[in-house]
Design a protein around this ligand. Structure first.
Ligand code: GDP
Length: 528
């Protein structure tokens, strides 16, 4: 197959949702369609259950699972589909944010009864910021939920999306009869008792067909005709360009568990979702069709076996082909490197591959050369942007609990931060180290891993910080910035890259500081 055809047939995406909306179930059904797995239950959820917070074995087990499900690749029709796993648990949200830098589109799963939930809002806002094309899948239609129009309103308002339904439910819960497929202009009906897992569908050519009344009854048929008329009146018609630019989001209804509406979603997805997209670097925009390989690290996963301290760096290929044993430039280190055993990922296994294409993910064994955000190229000295750090939500001092192991502690912290487990800040005032995370669970993971992988012990101390803001002065040498640094010295720290960060102890004090120093900008992410 030609290089450009290989690119055009790739679809690399992530599924995002609030925990329990049905991401794992949907992933599994997609893999079943691709023939990548044979039975339901093969995909393990990487959820951390409530109450498991202190159960480290559970964390370990979960981490093991998450490496296995980091990338799930399968073939469907003539497409190569790569699903990138995005943890739904909020304590791992940062991992999800970074993974979103490597996807070309996303599917958002929403529970019909719960509607838009907290994690959905956060993740969608990140996708919106980056204009990532999104398809919404409203799940669990076999259960009683919110009225379809009410839910569509909620999605528009809470998520700030412009939507257009491409399918519409006929009834819901006990009365769920099926789905009208606006995209394909046909109807799929649940046959028999919708309480059972019935996957048969009956196709009806179009809405005006008198057959419809025979199948679902006069009342339901009339209601459906009215509702579709309403849909066509209220919502814009589908426009592929607008979808690809992140300006319009198609919506599908279904039930992942019953495998209902999933094929329709997948068929529409492969035909409208974008193949690998061009990506901005510090020098120029790079196109997938360029012959020279470029790619970037969006995730690093530690090997959980303490005897093998190597890690797996996940690279998204942006352009060209990645070839085994070819020399590539690690641009941050300005060093040529060769990789003899690059891994490609499939549904249930990973395998060494000779060649990978734009859109694909390769896993490279690493002994400490890679950090998240690093760029590899054939030779050009460019760096990809767009793997920013986000302001953590929790802050604690980290102290060394075993003076004889300070070297091990420093190395452990350093490597865990490279993996993106958390962020390290050093206070300007006294050089004390502060660890910032998006969830309290991370502190236990760090403590456990420092002890078991590096033989170091640590303790934590609370620190009252509301937000960490990256400081961006108009004039580095101006009086205002000098005064700010003097007055706020106690609240200033450097991040891992030496960028200056302001620790605001409340949203009020942040507001006051912003007012007092108008020539300084305060950012919630490290890239601006
Ligand atoms: P995740 O946390 O988003 O990965 O959610 P899961 O896929 O693990 O699903 C959470 C729960 O919802 C599980 O008990 C599923 O069996 C259930 N579930 C998923 N899809 C459906 C559906 O279409 N209908 C119903 N009734 N339950 C579903």
């Amino acid at each position: 197959m030609k290089f450009t055809e290989e690119i055009q047939r790739r679809r690399t995406f992530g599924i995002i949702s609030h925990p329990d909306a049905g991401k794992t179930t949907l992933t599994e059904k997609l893999l079943l369609f691709g023939g990548a797995i044979q039975e339901a239950g093969a995909v393990k959820s990487n959820k951390i259950k409530k109450g498991a917070t202190s159960d480290f074995m559970e964390i370990e087990r979960q981490r093991g699972i998450s490496v296995a499900t980091s990338v799930l690749a399968f073939e469907y029709k003539s497409y190569k589909i790569n699903i990138l796993d995005t943890p739904g648990h909020k304590d791992f949200a940062e991992d999800t944010f970074r993974t979103l830098t490597a996807v070309d589109s996303v599917i958002v799963v929403i529970d019909v009864a719960k509607g838009v939930e907290e994690q959905t809002e956060k993740l969608v806002s990140v996708c919106r910021m980056r204009n990532i094309p999104m398809i919404v899948f409203i799940n669990k239609l076999d259960r009683e939920g919110k009225d379809a129009f009410e839910l569509l309103d909620e999605i528009e308002q809470k998520l700030g999306l412009t939507i257009t339904p491409l399918s519409f439910p006929i009834g819901m819960g006990y009365d769920f009869k099926g789905i009208y497929n606006i995209w394909e202009k046909n109807i799929n009906l649940f046959s028999g008792d919708s309480r059972k897992n019935i996957e048969e569908t009956i196709e009806v050519s179009d809405l005006s067909s008198p057959e419809l009344s025979d199948l679902i009854g006069d009342t339901a048929a009339d209601t459906l005709r009215e509702e579709i008329e309403l849909v066509e009146g209220i919502y814009p018609s589908f426009d592929q360009e607008a979808y690809k630019n992140g300006e319009l989001q198609p919506v599908f209804f279904g039930s992942a568990l019953n495998n209902f509406g999933v094929r329709e979603l997948l068929d529409c997805f492969i035909s409208i979702a974008p193949p690998p997209r061009p990506k901005e670097s510090d020098l120029r925009v790079v196109h997938p069709e360029e012959k020279d390989f470029t790619g970037f690290v969006f995730k690093i996963h530690a090997n959980m076996d303490p005897k093998h301290r190597d890690r797996l760096a996940f690279i998204k290929i942006v352009s060209g082909t990645f070839e085994r044993n070819a020399p590539y430039l690690h641009t941050r280190l300005n060093k040529k490197m060769k990789f003899s055993s690059p891994n490609a990922f499939f549904a249930e296994r990973k395998e060494i591959v000779d060649i990978s294409y734009p859109g694909d993910i390769v896993g490279l064994h690493d002994t400490g050369n890679f950090k998240i955000g690093d760029t590899l190229t054939t030779g050009e000295k460019l760096n990809y942007k767009g793997v920013p750090s986000f302001s953590p939500e929790f802050f604690r001092y980290i102290n060394n609990a075993d003076p004889l192991k300070s070297k091990q502690l420093a190395k452990g912290i350093d490597q865990l931060m490279d993996e993106g487990v958390a962020q390290l800040f050093t206070l300007e005032m006294n050089g004390r180290k502060v660890i910032g995370t998006v969830g309290a669970l991370q502190y236990e993971v760090i403590q456990y891993r420092l002890e078991h992988e590096y033989g170091a012990k640590c303790t934590y101390e609370n620190l009252n910080v509301h937000k960490a803001c990256w400081v961006d002065p108009e004039d580095e040498n101006g009086e205002e910035f000098k005064e700010f640094k003097r007055v706020k010295n106690k609240f200033l720290a450097k991040d891992k890259h030496g960028q200056l960060v302001f620790f605001a102890d409340s949203s009020f004090s942040l507001q006051m500081t912003e007012q007092k120093y108008p020539a300084i900008k305060f950012h919630y992410t490290s890239e601006f």
